[in-house]
Ligand binder design. Structure first.
Ligand code: ADP
Ligand code: MG
Length: 791
C-alpha cells in the first residue's frame, strides 16, 4: 500500500500583455519548497476581499512558470503517475482553474502544433512504449471517455453519436453496489492495442464533444471530461490479474459569480457557476478536515465517479492552472486556495489484484492431470475414471472371501488404488444395509480398525491423494463462483435495458468501471464497438466532414470558400498541411535511405562471409594454419557493418516518431476542418437571420458581424452567452441566436440596397433551399464589397 497526499502543482499560462508582470513571484523556502506569491495591485486591494491584504503566498510541490513547455509538464507531472499505473496502482491527474487558464491545453494539448500535444497523447505514447518493452507480461488496454454536463453523463465514444443527437443517447449513470463500489452504466470501453488506436479514440471523443456544443453554450467550459485508460496485466500462466485505471480529467471552468456589494465592491463569498464544482469543494473540505466521518460524495456525479481519486485507492495529482493577469487575480487566488486544501487529502493506493476464476480452473485442471500422471508413474498403471467390470467382479470376490474368512488376522488386500478402496467401503455398506446384519457395530468397528491399521504403503501416494481431494473442492467452489457471476451479469443486462432513458438515478446493474470491457456495454450496444479499428475512427471523422460538405448547395459552398479564406483556423490548417507535406517527404526520404542502408548491410555481410571463405580456402590450399593475425580487411568491413547498423537503427527510430507525428497532425487537421465547418454553419445561420430580420436590407450594415472571429472575441461572446439558459442549449447546429453586433455607420446602405435581391423576409428558411442560399450569398458578397470600398 502506498500512502500519499494529493500532489499539487501550479502552471502559469503565458500572459499576452507584458505590463502584467509584477503581479506574482515564485520563491523557494529553506526546504526548497516553492511558493507562489500573488501580489494584489493597489487599485484592486481596496475593493478586493474584505481584508486589505496585499499579497498571498501559496506552497506547491512545484510551480511551472510561463516558459514551461508541454514536455516538461509531462516529464514532471504525468510520467510518475503513468509509471505507478504501469506498476498496478490507480492514478488520477486533474486540471483545475478558471476558463482560459490552460486546462485543456495541459490535459489534451493545443489544437495546432504537434509539440503542443498535452498529457493525454504523451501518456498514451509513454504507456504503449513501456508495454512494448515488457514482453514478460500480457497487457490489455482499454479506453473510455466520459463527459459530465449538467449532472448528466455522456459517453463521448458511443458509436451512435454520429447518427443521434446527444439527448437521444443513453445517459451514463452511476450507482453503488452493496460493497460501495462505484459502477458506471452505459459507458463503453474500447480496446486499444496501439498508441494510434488510442489516439484516434481521443480525437473521436473530442470531435464528438465539439459537434455537440453550440455557440449558445460553450459546454466545454462547463462540462467535465474524464479520459480513462484501463490497464490490465497478467503474467503468462498466472491466474492473477492486475487492474489499474488512469483518469485524466479536464474539469469545468472554476470561475465564480462574484457577489457584488455596494459600490461595486467584491465580497469574499462568490459562488461557482458550476454546481458540481461546488460539490467537489465540499468533498475536499470534508476530506481535509479531521474527524469527519461523512464525506458527501453522492451529491454529484463527478464526485461519485472520482471517489477513489479523492481520499481513496488512487495516486492523485492536481494541476492548478493559473492565468495571472490583473483581471484574474481573484480567480487565481481561489484556485490556489482550493489547491492548498486538496494538498491535505491523504490517499491510500493498493495494488488491485484479483483471481480470474476461469483461469484458475484451467490451471487446476492442468495440475490435476499432472498429478494423475505422477500417480500413474508411482503405481505403475494408468487410471481411468471408473473400474472395469472385471475389476469390480474381482473386488467383490475378495470382499466375500474376506468376510467369510474366520481368521481374525485376515486382511482385505486391494492395493493402493483409491477407487478400489472406495468401492470396498460402498460394497460393505450395501451389504450391511441389505442384510441388516446384527452386531453391526462390531463388524463395522472391525472393518474400521482394519482400515486404520492398513498401513499406507507409500508416503507419496497419500500426499497425492490429499492434493487431489483439495483440488476437487477448489474446483467446486470456483464453479459455483462462476455460476453466480454469470447470473449477476444476466441480471445486469436485463435491468440496463429497462431504464436507459433515465438520467442520473439508476440503482441497478453491476457494470464495473475498470473490469471486463464487454460487460460495460449496454445490451443494445452490440459488441461491434470493440471491432471498430483505427481506420474506422478516422473514417468516421472524415465521413462527418464529407456529408456536411455534400449537403451544401452551390451558393453555400461558395460562401464557405469565402468564410474559409478569411478564417483564422484556415491558416492553421494550411500551416499544418505544409508541415505534413514536409513530414511526408522526410518520411519518404528516410524510407529510401533505410532501404539503401538495409541493402548495404546485406552487401557488407555478404562480403564478410566471402572474405572469410577466401581466407579458409587459402589456408587449405597452401596447407598452412589460419593466420593468427587478425584480417585487417575483415575488421574494416565489420566496423563498417556496425556503423551501418547504428545508422539504420537511428533512422528507423526517427521514422517511427515521424509516423506518430504524421498521424497526430492528420487528426489535428481533421478536427480543425470539422470545427471550421461547424463554425461556418453557425455563421451562415446568423447571416440568414440577419437577412431575414432586415430585409429589405436598408440597414443591414448595422447588423454586420466581423469575421473571422478571433479567439478573444469568441471567448467574450461565449461568456456573454454563458448566462443564458443552458438546459436546452446542446442541440446540433444550426441554432441562430441573438448576438450583440458591432455598430457601424450606415452611410453606404444605399449601394447595398441595390445589390441585394428582394425577398419577403417571412419566406426565408434557414437552410436547405438553394435559391435562398444564393440570396444569402449575394447578401454576404454585397456586404464584403462595401467593406472593401470603405477601407
Ligand atoms: P481552459 O481549458 O482552461 O479553458 P485552454 O486550455 O482552452 O483553457 O486555454 C485557453 C487558450 O490559451 C488556448 O488558446 C490555449 O491554446 C492557450 N494556452 C493555454 N495555456 C497555454 C500555454 N501554457 N502555452 C501557450 N498557450 C496556452
Ligand atoms: Mg477547456
Amino acid at each position: 500500500m502506498v500512502k500519499q497526499t494529493i500532489q499539487i502543482f501550479a502552471r502559469v499560462k503565458p500572459t499576452v500583455r507584458k505590463q502584467q508582470q509584477g503581479i506574482y513571484s515564485i520563491d523557494e523556502d529553506e526546504k526548497l519548497t516553492p511558493s507562489l506569491e500573488i501580489i494584489v495591485p493597489h487599485d484592486l486591494a481596496d475593493g478586493f476581499v474584505n481584508n486589505k491584504r496585499e499579497s498571498y503566498k501559496f506552497k506547491f510541490q512545484r510551480i511551472f512558470d510561463q516558459g514551461a513547455n508541454q514536455e516538461t509538464i509531462f516529464e514532471n507531472i504525468a510520467k510518475p503517475v503513468a509509471e505507478s499505473v504501469l506498476a498496478g496502482y490507480n492514478g488520477t491527474i486533474f486540471a483545475y482553474g478558471q476558463t482560459g487558464s490552460g486546462k485543456t491545453f495541459t490535459i489534451t494539448g493545443g489544437a495546432e502544433r504537434y509539440s503542443d500535444r498535452g498529457i493525454i497523447p504523451r501518456t498514451l505514447s509513454y504507456i504503449f512504449e513501456q508495454l512494448q518493452k515488457d514482453s514478460s507480461t500480457i497487457y490489455t488496454t482499454r479506453i473510455s471517455y466520459l463527459e459530465i454536463y449538467n449532472e448528466c453523463g455522456y459517453d463521448l465514444l458511443d458509436p451512435r453519436h454520429e447518427a443521434s443527437s446527444l439527448e437521444d443517447l443513453p445517459k451514463v449513470t452511476v450507482f453503488e453496489d452493496p460493497d460501495q463500489n462505484i459502477h458506471l452504466k452505459n459507458l463503453s470501453l474500447h480496446q486499444a492495442a496501439t498508441e494510434e488506436e488510442a489516439l484516434n479514440l481521443l480525437f473521436l471523443g473530442d470531435t464528438n464533444r465539439m459537434i455537440a456544443e453550440t455557440p449558445m453554450n460553450q459546454a466545454s467550459t462547463r462540462s467535465h471530461c474524464i479520459f480513462s485508460i484501463h490497464l490490465s496485466s497478467k503474467e503468462p500462466g498466472s491466474a492473477t490479474v492486475r487492474h489499474a485505471k488512469l483518469h485524466l480529467v479536464d474539469l469545468a471552468g472554476s470561475e465564480r459569480v462574484a457577489k457584488t456589494g455596494v459600490g461595486g465592491q467584491l465580497l469574499t463569498e462568490a459562488k461557482y457557476i458550476n454546481l458540481s464544482l461546488h460539490y467537489l469543494e465540499q468533498v475536499i473540505i470534508a476530506l481535509s478536515e479531521k474527524h469527519r466521518s461523512h464525506i458527501p460524495y453522492r451529491n454529484s456525479m463527478m464526485t461519485s465517479v472520482l471517489r477513489d481519486s479523492l481520499g481513496g485507492n488512487c495516486m492523485t495529482t492536481m494541476i492548478a492552472t493559473l492565468s495571472l493577469e490583473k483581471r484574474n487575480i481573484d480567480e487565481s487566488i481561489s484556485t490556489c486556495r482550493f489547491a492548498q486544501r486538496v494538498a491535505l487529502i491523504k490517499n491510500e493506493a493498493v495494488l488491485n489484484e484479483e483471481i480470474d476464476p476461469r483461469l484458475m480452473i484451467i490451471r487446476l485442471q492442468k495440475e490435476i492431470q499432472e498429478l494423475k500422471d505422477e500417480l500413474a508413474i508411482v503405481t505403475g498403471e494408468q487410471r481411468t475414471e471408473a473400474l472395469t467390470d472385471a475389476e469390480l467382479l474381482e473386488l467383490e470376490k475378495l470382499i466375500t472371501s474376506f468376510l467369510e474368512d474366520q481368521d481374525p488376522e485376515s486382511r482385505l488386500e486391494v492395493g493402493t488404488d483409491m477407487r478400489k478402496i472406495h468401492h470396498c467401503f460402498h460394497y460393505l455398506k450395501k451389504l450391511l444395509n441389505d442384510k441388516k446384519i446384527h452386531g453391526k457395530s462390531t463388524v463395522s468397528s472391525e472393518i474400521k480398525d482394519q482400515d486404520c491399521q492398513e498401513p499406507l504403503k507409500e508416503e507419496e501416494y497419500k500426499k497425492l491423494r490429499d492434493l487431489l481431494q483439495q483440488r476437487d473442492n477448489e474446483i467446486n467452489i470456483l464453479v459455483n463462483m462462476l455460476k453466480k457471476e454469470k447470473k449477476k451479469a444476466q441480471d445486469a443486462l436485463h435491468s440496463s435495458g429497462m431504464d436507459r432513458s433515465e438520467c442520473g438515478h439508476s440503482q441497478s446493474s453491476p457494470f464495473h468501471l475498470g473490469t471486463e470491457g464487454l460487460r460495460t456495454l449496454p445490451s443494445s450496444a452490440p459488441t461491434q464497438v470493440q471491432d471498430v479499428n483505427t481506420f474506422g475512427y478516422r473514417s468516421s471523422l472524415l465521413h462527418r466532414k464529407t456529408v456536411m460538405r455534400e449537403e451544401m448547395s452551390l451558393g453555400r459552398q461558395e460562401a464557405f470558400e469565402i468564410f474559409k479564406r478569411d478564417h483564422a483556423d484556415s491558416v492553421t490548417i494550411e500551416d499544418n498541411k505544409q508541415i505534413l507535406k514536409q513530414r511526408f517527404s522526410e518520411a519518404k526520404a528516410l524510407g529510401e535511405s533505410i532501404n539503401e542502408t538495409r541493402s548495404k548491410i546485406g552487401r557488407l555481410k555478404e562480403e564478410i562471409t566471402q572474405r572469410h571463405m577466401q581466407q579458409v580456402a587459402l589456408g587449405i590450399s597452401e596447407n598452412v594454419a589460419m593466420p593468427s593475425m587478425p584480417d585487417l580487411l575483415e575488421e574494416k568491413l565489420r566496423s563498417q557493418l556496425e556503423e551501418e547498423k547504428i545508422r539504420y537503427k537511428m533512422m528507423f527510430t526517427r521514422l517511427k516518431a515521424l509516423k506518430v507525428e504524421i498521424e497526430h497532425l492528420q487528426l489535428l487537421m481533421d478536427k480543425a476542418k470539422v470545427k471550421l465547418q461547424k463554425e461556418f454553419e453557425a455563421w451562415w445561420a446568423e447571416e440568414a437571420t440577419s437577412l431575414q430580420v432586415n430585409s429589405p436590407a436598408v440597414n443591414s450594415l448595422n447588423h454586420m458581424k466581423p469575421f473571422p472571429q478571433t479567439p478573444e472575441s469568441q471567448r467574450e461572446r461565449s461568456q456573454l452567452l454563458c448566462n443564458q439558459s443552458d438546459v436546452n442549449a446542446r442541440k446540433i447546429l444550426p441554432s441562430p441566436c441573438p448576438i450583440p453586433h458591432s455598430r457601424e455607420p450606415s452611410s453606404t446602405s444605399a449601394s447595398l440596397e441595390d445589390s441585394i435581391p428582394e425577398k419577403p423576409a417571412s419566406s426565408i428558411p434557414l437552410t436547405g433551399d438553394s435559391q435562398t442560399d444564393s440570396d444569402i450569398l449575394a447578401f454576404i458578397k454585397a456586404r464584403q464589397s462595401i467593406l472593401q470600398k470603405k477601407r
